[in-house]
Design a protein around this ligand. Structure first.
Ligand SMILES: *[C@@H]1O[C@H](CO)[C@@H](O)[C@H](O)[C@H]1NC(C)=O
Ligand SMILES: *[C@@H]1O[C@H](CO)[C@@H](O)[C@H](O)[C@H]1NC(C)=O
Ligand SMILES: *[C@@H]1O[C@H](CO)[C@@H](O)[C@H](O)[C@H]1NC(C)=O
Ligand SMILES: *[C@@H]1O[C@H](CO)[C@@H](O)[C@H](O)[C@H]1NC(C)=O
Ligand SMILES: *[C@@H]1O[C@H](CO)[C@@H](O)[C@H](O)[C@H]1NC(C)=O
Ligand SMILES: *[C@@H]1O[C@H](CO)[C@@H](O)[C@H](O)[C@H]1NC(C)=O
Length: 927
């Protein structure tokens, strides 16, 4: 009787324990499920009744534990409770297509499938994925998250096969860890469409077995860019959706993509001929190519392939509209000759039709034709920013007499085939980075090879395949430098702002981001305020810090608080007013570090109710963060606070050109501008506008050029300002219609009449400015007799008559006899700029070409260089930069080197050979 008792007791205890344990664990899931049920605000849909949660609808259990929750499309409201993480056996959680709100809570590590897409969740922790090693399938698309980077913690999900994060507010770059750099061996589906991503497709994608890549429709200002070359090595792809981005370059060879079926490349800036590997893909079912700059013959796809219907008409540059019809032999030769240059977009943009020597005004950029017989006589690719190799194919252009490739970043050798060109008289390859022996040309051929440090030397070892990549590296140097500087500056900002003790560590970090030897070159590049612009702006270009994400992922400029701006302008004191414009009042201010700034306070009253003013404001930020040039005023930051909209610029101490042209007569204190100064200013402005018109990646039209929008520094060098009316030309279009805006007297006639704008609208305004600079008269001068009120009309009339010519010159200028020629040249240029028909007006690049030699002739000799090319002492860099320089021992950044490029400015090509690096920059931006 005594024996069984302990046994019985024991078993009871054991039973109880088991019971309690199981009840306890089930209780756990039950209580979590009860919390979930309550949190979901279910109407009657869920039918989660009864005490056994495993019998609940939409729930799956295993051994009493919840393993799956499928509550998709149930019109659910509410938010998810943080207790969900306690469902430690949960493998599947799907709540997609509901109206759930709030943050996404942490989930248990057992989870394999997560679908929370199409809800109203507002955030997800960055470390959500830490330890989530079982996740295979992730869908978080279409939630109004606040902006974030693709989280690094995702790298814990090594089993991932599918990641879908469309319209999930991602900013920054596509992380390299989705490619070879990361842990995902089995990733087959990656969808990142409709985010705010920027930068290039990661090189680490090369060789991975991804099957579907969807990155279309980025909404960031820059979108995804660079080439799509890496797709060549992603041979498992079935679907490629990269449309609606800023990709450039050619479509890569796709001949190994035997499963590829759906290819959407439309709405990019792709150039070059369609590779036969694409047209002959047997697996292809859909291909979309509209709205690129694709060249050559319009491709013929096999029956059954759906092609987007606007492929031919929709802004491509096919040589004909007849699908499958070959291009003329001359066009084919030209296209194959520019292939090794990567089919530059500039050329693609301008080369329309099937005849490189068209009649009329549609001349092909870089191609000069002789009149009879009509044929190509000169290839002029000078100063085009090209990289890559010189193609031997040029040799087939037997009618050519001059091959001009000077001032680019070309690499490789001079092909010996060129020696066979029968009519060749001149080959100019100066200022590139060519190497190798110069082949022997006929003695009468002039061969110019200056400025190629390695010419005559052997090719660098292992350079067989290296040529191209070297070219590419160069192409990106500017971007890289800007990126580096921006990155450095972000770090600096952190250092300065937060007083982080580990300053040295940070800087080590900087050097890890690779500021290699090139660093001593970049002061050249950013001389003249550019370095300051970039630095003060805090990484406006190229990088994007999460902290600045509040601005829609766009600007990345420094955000000033209204308090700071009130303080530095003495509460917008009248005394500090620098000027008033159509959109607001500009105040002077000085930051604590001594940086002088100009603050434009938009007048919301004037600008009308809200939206319109806001769009001007955003337009200006958008433009100025995108275009940065030494002759465009730099935006340092902005402030948006309630109704207050403020823009912060670099301060231009000498104020607007209008003051110097028109006001000095009354105000005896200031001297009238000498002619040579005016020439230099005219050239500065021309260069700034030329850059806006196309040297930047896209085409911008200023629409409001006038002397009051041209600002002068203490060195009397000019920068164009006021970008409130700037319009970005829609891709692939030359003109478009807008609401008329601008200033009377400067409006091109066709614009005033029809509202159609082209870059020639700016050329017209520029011509008026030239006339004002020559004559000292205002565009509209009501003090003149009726017939002379309109400057352009009067000027044209005076110009016709040789005798009256001297009378147009501003009486305030001392005219030296030998300067008369340059007056005449500029006067004629001004006349052409104001030609009645837009096509009769020159391009801004032509203007630069006319003015540059004049300025060179008139290079001042009387004052010391430092005086003229001066160091903008007024615009001292933030203290942080100095600290950094001191630490890095780079005290040269703003001193000894700063005159070099300016000299280059005059002579176009005289940068010292600081490696090919300087050259490449010179040709891209220094012009
Ligand atoms: C569950 O409860 C709701 C109300 O609480 C009721 O309308 C519904 O009929 C119940 N469903 C089941 C299956 O009992
Ligand atoms: C992205 O989602 C938001 C709402 O979250 C929606 O308003 C917007 O239209 C979506 N964008 C695209 C391109 O689908
Ligand atoms: C493609 O792969 C080859 C071989 O690995 C490599 O040399 C090449 O650079 C890759 N091309 C691209 C565009 O990634
Ligand atoms: C591509 O073009 C086809 C045919 O016009 C169209 O049905 C399809 O929606 C397009 N696909 C994309 C991704 O634009
Ligand atoms: C034009 O030059 C090409 C070679 O560049 C030649 O093949 C062609 O016959 C020439 N055409 C005419 C009309 O002379
Ligand atoms: C791509 O865009 C980034 C900014 O998002 C810019 O810094 C970079 O220079 C661009 N790269 C190219 C090749 O245009």
């Amino acid at each position: 009787m005594q024996k069984p008792e302990p046994c019985f007791l024991l078993s009871i205890i054991v039973f109880l324990c088991v019971f309690v344990l199981s009840v306890h664990s089930q209780n756990d899931d039950s209580s979590v499920m009860a919390i979930l049920k309550k949190a979901l605000n279910s109407k009657s849909d869920l039918q989660w009744n009864g005490s056994d949660i495993c019998k609940w609808k939409y729930i799956q259990c295993n051994s009493g534990r919840v393993t799956a929750i499928h509550i998709s499309s149930l019109n659910l409201q509410g938010s998810l409770p943080k207790e969900l993480v306690q469902l430690s056996q949960l493998q599947t959680f799907q709540c997609n297509n509901n109206g759930l709100t709030g943050p996404v809570p942490y989930m248990p590590k057992s989870l394999q499938r997560l679908a929370i897409n199409n809800n109203n969740f507002n955030s997800m922790p960055n470390d959500f994925f830490i330890g989530m090693t079982n996740l295979v399938d992730i869908r978080i698309d279409y939630n109004p998250f606040s902006q974030w980077n693709v989280p690094d913690s995702l790298q814990d999900c090594a089993s991932l096969t599918s990641f879908s994060g469309m319209n999930a507010s991602f900013v920054g770059k596509i992380p390299g860890f989705f490619g070879k750099d990361g842990p995902f061996q089995g990733l087959v589906y990656l969808a990142l469409c409709f985010n705010y991503l920027e930068g290039e497709l990661p090189g680490s994608f090369s060789g991975i077995s991804l099957e579907r890549l969807l990155v279309n429709g980025q909404q960031s200002m820059n979108k995804l860019n660079g080439t799509i070359a890496v797709l060549k090595n992603m041979t498992s792809l079935k679907q490629i959706w990269v449309h609606g981005n800023s990709f450039i370059g050619q479509i890569p060879d796709l001949s190994n993509h035997d499963q590829l079926s759906d290819v959407s490349l439309r709405d990019n800036q792709l150039t070059g001929v369609i590779p036969p590997s694409l047209t002959s893909l047997t697996s292809l079912t859909v291909v979309n190519l509209t709205n690129n700059y694709l060249q050559g013959s319009p491709p013929m796809f096999k029956d059954g392939v759906r092609v987007d219907n606007d492929m031919v008409n929709g802004n491509n540059r096919f040589c004909t509209k007849d699908i499958g019809k070959p291009c003329s032999p001359l066009v084919n030769t030209l296209l194959s000759a520019v292939e090794p240059l990567g089919y530059p977009k500039k050329l693609a943009d301008s080369w329309k039709g099937n005849d490189p020597c068209p009649r009329g005004n549609d001349e092909w950029l870089g191609i000069v034709c002789s009149a009879s017989p009509v044929n190509i006589s000169v290839i002029n690719f000078q100063h085009m920013g090209f990289s890559g190799n010189i193609s031997p194919k040029f040799a087939s252009l037997t009618s050519v007499t001059k091959l001009l490739f000077a001032n680019n970043s070309l690499t490789g050798i001079i092909p010996s085939e060129l020696t066979s060109m029968p009519l060749l008289k001149e080959l100019d390859v100066s200022n590139n980075n060519l190497y190798g022996k110069v082949p022997s040309f006929r003695p009468e051929v002039v061969v110019k090879i200056d400025g190629n440090p390695n010419i005559g030397k052997d090719p660098p070892p292992a350079s067989d395949s290296g040529d191209n990549s070297r070219g590419e590296v160069k192409k990106n140097t500017v971007g890289i430098i800007v990126g580096i500087v921006a990155g450095v500056v972000i770090l600096l900002g952190l250092v300065a702002a937060l007083f982080i003790k580990s300053r040295r560590k940070k800087l080590k970090h900087v050097s890890k981001v690779q500021i290699p030897n090139e660093i001593e070159v970049h002061p050249h590049h950013f001389e003249d305020g550019n370095a300051k612009k970039v630095s003060v702006a805090g990484g406006g270009i190229g990088s994007f810090s999460p902290s600045s994400s509040a601005q829609n992922g766009e600007a990345g400029n420094m955000v000033f608080s209204i308090q700071v701006l009130r303080e530095v302008t003495d509460n917008f004191n009248e005394r500090n007013i620098l000027g008033r414009g159509g959109f607001g009042t500009v105040y002077k201010g000085e930051l604590h570090d001594g940086t002088k700034i100009a603050v434009k306070r938009m007048e919301s009253g004037i600008m009308g109710e809200g939206e319109k003013g806001l769009s001007e404001f955003k337009s200006e930020i958008a433009v100025l963060t995108k275009v940065r040039h030494r002759h465009l005023v730099a935006l340092l930051g902005h402030c948006l606070d309630g109704n207050e909209r403020l823009l912060v610029y670099e301060y231009m101490p000498q104020g607007p050109l209008s003051k110097h042209l028109f006001e000095c007569k009354e105000d005896e204190g200031s001297k009238p501008l000498e002619w040579k100064r005016r020439l230099i200013i005219a050239l500065d402005v021309a260069r700034g506008v030329e850059y806006l018109h196309g040297l930047a990646q896209q085409i911008f039209i200023h629409r409001d050029l006038k002397p009051s929008n041209i600002l002068l520094g203490d060195d009397m060098r000019a920068k164009v300002s006021d970008f409130g009316l700037v319009r970005l030309v829609p891709e692939g279009q030359a003109s478009f219609e807008t609401r008329l805006a601008g200033t009377f007297g400067y409006l091109a006639p066709e614009y005033a009449v029809t509202g159609r704008v082209t870059t020639k609208v700016d050329v017209y305004s520029y011509g008026v400015i030239l006339m004002e600079m020559i004559t000292g008269r205002k565009a509209i001068d009501n003090s003149q007799p009726e017939e002379n009120v309109h400057l352009v009309t009067w000027f044209r009339r005076m110009l016709l008559n040789r005798d009256s010519f001297r009378k147009i010159i501003d009486p305030a200028i001392d005219v030296e006899e030998e300067a008369l020629d340059s007056f005449r040249t500029v006067a004629e240029l001004a006349g052409h700029c104001c030609a009645r028909e837009p096509y009769q007006r020159p391009d801004m690049s032509n203007v630069v070409n006319v003015l540059a030699p004049l300025v060179e002739i008139w290079k001042p000799t009387d004052s010391s260089p430092a005086d003229i090319y001066g160091l903008d002492l007024d615009m001292s860099l933030p203290q942080a930069l100095h600290n950094w320089q001191a630490l890095e021992g780079m005290s040269t950044i703003n001193t000894s080197t700063s005159t070099t490029l300016r000299t280059g400015d005059y002579t176009q090509s005289s940068l010292p050979p600081a490696g090919g690096f300087a050259n490449s920059f010179n040709s891209m931006d220094a012009r």
